[in-house]
Each structure stands twice: as structure tokens, then as C-alpha cells.
Design a protein around this ligand. Structure first.
Ligand code: SAM
Ligand code: SF4
Length: 380
């Protein structure tokens, strides 16, 4: 993996592993203290930590059929290391919420322990999980007891055959059982993340929405991004937010939700029965619910991004599309102090690209380059 370009000073801390500390206070503009700011005026407060690059599905927009070369266990952040980074993030860098992702975070047997450790230090910190839902039915009680607040489950279709085609595994029943168990256990709201793929499930969005409305789940469609391991993404192949809105509008009345989007990537729509909102609003029936559309490709929200990511092997990624990473794991294992860890992290975020891994045009740039790591290895 490439090293971050802003890590210019190498020092040695304790053991033999060199720790690279960014050049704070030497005219770079990088603040020597404070939160995770960047050169474009954004501040990252939302931490995504990937717990594991492995996964038990092989979604076509994410993983190749044969899987990837998994990280060796010794290269994964341990529970104690994760706690240390969260502690530095919350105490010194203004992190306000933590989300665990992967790969598949439920594959980590120590997930309840990881959550419990953080919860006992930070009783009010929102802790969330993004999961494919497999096995959630057996684990949700322990996760809740440990202190988990929220869950997002990824589900692209409720048709078993389409599910098997998209994920290359016949596991729909297990995902549905996981979602049901999470609802029974009282996790709320449960958000469902869905990606529509042309020619596979793009005609099924309204069925998924009907199912989500019925179950009281908050469905969000995400435009497919060029982060697939197969590198077969094309802009023309992407089912756009516009297409998603149009296809849902053939089955429901869709009214833009009044609340400003803010840092939330999802544009929200109120969903009403078809043909019910032609009259004065006073005469409309109650909304059936809401649906979100995350237009990462066609209507990007990079200028409002508040995310900072740490990969399962302890690298800071300032952006999903960043072509550089900054090693925190080496510093951690090399004996860095909390202050040094905070400085390295701050330095990594300071050079966060303006949009889609670039300072100039994002996806539109002629030299747009897909990062080496695919979504499952970054942590979506
Ligand atoms: N395995 C877990 C899951 O599927 O929820 C967590 C990791 S997964 C990488 C996180 C999210 O990234 C999922 O909601 C998935 O749909 C989304 N994702 C993966 N590849 C994507 C892509 N190329 N474009 C858009 N979203 C993608
Ligand atoms: Fe696994 Fe999630 Fe990627 Fe699907 S999207 S292959 S469930 S990491």
C-alpha cells in the first residue's frame, strides 16, 4: 500500500518500527491540535472502523467470486488496539460516533467484547454496525447487551434467486432472520442499504420498498460506486438516483422530505400511496414511510463529508477513493503515545482530497483512478 504523502518525518519510537509523524506547524497549515480538520474546511467526526476484510458473501459490486487474499490475523487490529484508537479519537480528536464495518464485522467473534470495552468508557457514544445480517439473529442480544445502538443491514432484494445471483450465496433466509431478530430485540431504527444493479435487481426496487415499509425499516438505495474488486464498474452501468426515483414513482407518490440533508448522504423522500398527493397537502393520507437515495456518483456530497476511516489493518483512509493511506497500526505497535497517534491521524485527514480521491474534479477527472483496495477491504 502506498504511504501517505504528508508523512515526511520518520522517528523511531521504542521498538524498531519507525513511526512517521506529519510535519505539523511548519507552514503546512496542518493544525498541531484540535479535531480532524482538512484543507477544505471539513471536520471529520464520524469514525468507520473495519474489523475484518473477510466476508461470507461475494456481492458482485464488491468482491470477486473467489474472494480476496485475506489479511493474516496478526495484521488485524486487536480489540485493545481498536479501543485505544477510539479512545484517542473521541478524547483528543472530536469523534462523535463510531460505526463498525468490514468485510463482515459479525465474522469477528470478539465483536461484543470490542463494543463493551468502548461502551464502558463512553456511555453516551453512538455505536453502530453495518452488516450483511448473516448470523445477526444469534448475536443481536449479546451485541445489544454490550452497548450497540444502531444497525444497518445490507439487503438488495427479497427474491431468493436474485439474492443468490447478487451475493453468489444462497443466504437470504439468514439475512431476513437477522433483520427480524434485530427488530424483535428493539433495535430502532433499522436501516436497510440496497445497491441496484442493471439487469439484475433494478426492476425490484419497489418490491424491496414495499417490504421495508411493511416492516417499518428505513430503506436507502446507494448508487454503485467504482469500488468493486472486479473493476467492471462503468458510469453508464450505474443505476442513477434519478432512475431509482423514477422507478419508485411508478408505484408510489414520492415527496421530497423537507429536512435539509446536512452531513447525511441520503436524500430522503416521503412515500405515499400512488395517486394520493394530487390534492392540497391537507387532504393527503399519512405517509407510508420514507426512503433514502444516496447519489454518491451523480449528486456527490463530498463537501459535507464528516467521515474518517480506519481499515482492518490499522490504516487511516481520509476518503473512500483516496489513493494514499496512513499507517496507525505501525505507530501503535511501535509504542507511539496518544499524542503522537493523534498527530498522525490529524495529518492523514488534513490532506483529505476534495472529492472522490481528487483535489480537482472527482469521478469526472480524466485521470480518475480506482483505489487498489476494493470496498470490502476498505470498510464501506
Ligand atoms: N459486509 C457488510 C455489509 O455488506 O453491510 C459491511 C461492509 S459492506 C462493504 C458496506 C456497504 O458497502 C454495504 O451496504 C454494501 O452494499 C456497500 N457497497 C459495497 N460495495 C459497493 C459499491 N461498489 N458501491 C456502493 N456500495 C457498495
Ligand atoms: Fe461482503 Fe458486504 Fe462486500 Fe457484500 S458488500 S461482499 S456482504 S463486504
Amino acid at each position: 500500500m502506498p504511504q501517505s504523502s504528508q508523512t515526511s518525518d520518520a522517528i523511531s519510537l521504542g521498538a524498531s518500527i519507525p513511526v512517521r509523524v506529519p510535519p505539523a506547524g511548519r507552514g503546512s497549515g496542518l493544525p498541531a491540535s484540535g479535531p480532524l480538520a482538512d484543507r477544505w474546511g471539513r471536520v471529520a467526526t464520524d469514525l468507520r472502523i473495519s474489523l475484518m476484510d473477510k466476508c461470507n458473501l461475494r456481492c458482485v459490486y464488491c468482491m470477486p467470486a473467489e474472494g480476496l487474499n485475506w489479511l493474516p490475523t496478526a495484521s488485524l487490529l486487536t480489540a485493545d488496539e481498536i479501543f485505544r484508537l477510539v479512545d484517542v479519537g473521541v478524547r483528543d480528536l472530536g469523534i462523535e460516533e463510531v460505526r463498525f464495518t468490514g468485510g463482515e464485522p459479525l465474522v469477528r467473534a470478539d465483536l461484543p467484547h470490542i463494543i463493551r470495552q468502548i461502551r464502558s468508557a463512553y456511555p453516551h457514544l453512538p455505536i453502530a454496525l453495518t452488516t450483511n445480517g448473516i448470523g445477526l439473529d444469534k448475536k443481536v442480544d449479546a451485541l445489544l447487551k454490550a452497548g450497540l445502538n444502531r444497525v444497518n443491514v445490507s439487503l438488495d432484494t427479497i427474491c431468493p434467486e436474485t439474492f443468490a445471483q447478487l451475493t453468489r450465496r444462497d443466504k437470504l433466509a439468514s439475512v431476513l432472520a437477522g433483520i427480524d431478530a434485530a427488530a424483535q430485540a428493539g433495535l430502532s431504527p433499522i436501516k436497510i442499504n440496497a445497491v441496484l444493479m442493471r439487469g439484475i435487481n433494478d426492476a425490484q426496487g419497489h418490491q424491496l420498498l414495499a417490504w421495508a415499509l411493511e416492516g417499518g425499516y428505513q430503506l436507502r438505495f446507494i448508487e454503485q460506486m467504482p469500488l468493486d474488486a472486479d473493476r467492471s464498474w462503468t458510469r453508464e452501468g450505474t443505476i442513477t438516483a434519478h432512475e431509482i426515483r423514477d422507478s419508485l414513482a411508478a408505484h408510489y407518490d414520492m415527496v421530497p422530505h423537507g429536512r435539509p440533508r446536512g452531513a447525511s448522504p441520503a436524500q430522503l423522500w416521503e412515500v405515499f400511496p400512488l395517486g394520493s398527493t394530487g390534492q392540497l397537502p391537507e387532504l393527503w393520507p399519512q405517509a407510508l414511510g420514507q426512503v433514502g437515495i444516496i447519489a454518491s456518483v451523480t449528486e456527490p456530497f463530498c463537501s459535507a463529508c464528516t467521515r474518517t476511516r480506519i481499515t482492518a489493518d490499522g490504516k487511516v483512509r481520509s476518503c473512500l477513493f483516496s489513493l494514499t493511506e496512513t499507517d496507525l497500526m505501525g505507530a501503535l505497535r511501535g509504542g507511539a503515545s496518544d499524542r503522537e497517534l493523534a498527530n498522525i491521524w490529524r495529518g492523514a485527514m488534513w490532506t483529505k482530497p476534495r472529492a472522490h480521491g481528487k483535489d480537482q474534479a472527482g469521478f469526472e477527472a480524466p485521470d480518475f483512478t480506482q483505489p487498489d483496495r476494493s470496498m470490502s477491504a476498505i470498510g464501506g
